[in-house]
Design a protein. Structure first.
Length: 417
RNA sequence: GCAGGGUUAGUGAAGCGGUCAAACACGUCAGACUGUAAAUCUGAUGGCUUAUGCCUUCGUAGGUUCGAAUCCUACACCCUGCACCA
């Protein structure tokens, strides 16, 4: 690697808060570091992905990665940032989630050197009394109570906090201690929201082992236009798993990133070098309308998460749908791919458009279908239709399929029966 | 445990016996303009084969009334004091 890691991280915007005196410390010594994801869902989101990308850079610069799934912590629930107590997950659900997260680790870090650990493995045998004697003894209450999330939850407007959630940071702290002892881990990387929990581990290692350990945190990714925490869309979070967010939606999400934020995201979410990014950006600034930056971003991230083949397939579909494209040119093969990515439904010949819309899920009720039709928001194969329209066999493009569109960029494929 | 206050659509928040499917704001969706962007403007925003109509909604269950989101009772949950505990 020609760029030092500290430089790389600073340039990409992965640098927020650290316990290291000097970030150049990352360049002098090779750390064994860890990063953890809680299996509170069966997929990571693009929020996790940002940290994952940062981890990539650590690995690329020769640091050794330990990736943790929080089997134990997942049983309790991380209180950070949530104003309400979390609902507990069943053990079966948790097991399933864990497997999915591990799978995603393996996809994102394919071909890289890393090991995966589960904190359940060391917590399942720990006795509560022993834990209090060995760990609890070393934790000053003043510090625990001083944490932002604790004061917020206990404060005037707070919703209170259970003992279990309160203890969360101790448990996470113990992870660090355990990994320090068994694997020589001396660095934890995390999102800035995890800072409080991570620092607990640094404290424990200092107090119990009298050794130094460090944290490197990345800022939360913020959408510059809205100022909001990034990663949510109308359907909720943007997930990495194809089941929860289809590759098409995933690609579209990146393609629709606004001009303000696209530079940040290119740096964070792609592995393109500084030169490459700068070339793209200069081209983009000359002609923003061509959206070179968004297109590159969308392709790169989709490729990374869903693979090259899916990325190309999605690009082809996008070109068909949004190019000046004549739908008649779509082949049966294209349609097959589209049916996997877009919502796909069946309809009878001569079925009225309102019924088709409602059953396709593009609208949530017949009333809404009428509303959309009245506002000229619905088109069939690119032609705007009205309320009286009925699906006809003669409308079909390849192999008895019809492309239904609502608004500017919501599509569904309808198969005529 | 006692005493006060609260619970309204996606969110915040009005309404405090009829004109309430429920103000307003935000959000969301759509249209125009564009670049599948942002900003702006316009419209829509419980459901019903679209109706000066019907149905379901204002924490839950009952009640009073010709009529209840609005009054009464019980229950649940939340907040604020006080007490209990220490």
């Amino acid at each position: 690697m020609n760029t030092a890691l500290s430089q790389e991280l600073a340039w990409r915007g992965f640098s927020y808060q650290t316990t290291l005196d000097d970030s150049a410390g990352l360049d002098k010594k090779k750390f064994t570091f860890y990063w953890g994801v809680d299996p509170s869902s069966d997929s990571m989101t693009i929020g996790n992905l940002a940290i994952a990308m940062m981890v990539r850079h650590f690995i690329d610069h020769g640091h050794k990665a330990v990736l943790l799934v929080g089997g134990a912590t997942g049983l309790i629930g991380d209180p950070d940032g949530k104003s309400k107590e979390r609902r507990l997950l069943s053990e079966e659900q948790l097991e399933h989630n864990k497997q999915q997260i591990i799978k995603q680790y393996k996809t994102i870090f394919a071909g890289q050197d890393f090991q995966i650990v589960d904190n359940q493995d060391w917590f399942k045998d720990i006795n509560y009394i022993d834990f209090l004697r060995d760990v609890g003894k070393h934790v000053p209450m003043r510090q625990m109570l001083g944490r932002d999330f604790v004061s917020a939850r206990l404060g005037e407007e707070g919703s209170g906090i259970s003992y279990a959630e309160f203890s969360y940071s101790l448990i996470q702290g113990y992870d660090f201690l355990h990994l320090f002892r068994t694997k020589g881990v001396t660095l934890q990387v995390c999102g800035s929201d995890q800072w409080g929990n991570s620092i607990a581990g640094v404290e424990l290692i200092r107090r119990i082992e009298n050794q130094e350990a460090h944290i490197w945190s990345a800022p939360l990714v913020i959408n510059k236009t809205t100022g909001e925490k990034f990663g949510k869309t109308e359907g909720g979070a943007v997930w990495l798993s194809a089941e929860k967010t289809s590759p098409y939606d995933f690609y579209q999400f990146w393609l629709n990133v606004d001009d303000e934020s696209v530079e940040d995201f290119l740096k964070i979410y792609t592995l393109l070098s500084k030169d490459e990014v700068e070339n793209i950006l200069s081209e983009f600034r000359v002609d923003p309308g061509a959206r070179k930056a968004q297109k590159t971003l969308a392709r790169e991230v989709t490729k990374l998460v869903h693979g090259e083949e899916e990325a190309e397939s999605v690009e082809r579909i996008t070109a068909c749908l949004f190019g000046q494209g004549d739908y008649a040119e779509l082949t049966t093969k294209d349609l097959g791919a589209m049916k996997k990515m877009l919502p796909a439904y069946e309809a009878k010949k001569d079925e009225d458009i309102i019924g088709v819309l409602a059953s396709s899920g593009l609208v949530s009720s017949n009333s809404e279908a009428r509303r959309m039709l009245a506002q000229n928001a619905i088109s069939v194969n690119g032609k705007t239709v009205d309320e009286n329209y009925r699906i006809q066999p003669s409308d079909s493009v390849a192999a008895g399929h019809v492309i239904l569109k609502k608004g500017k960029n919501k599509y569904a494929v309808i198969e005529l029966k």
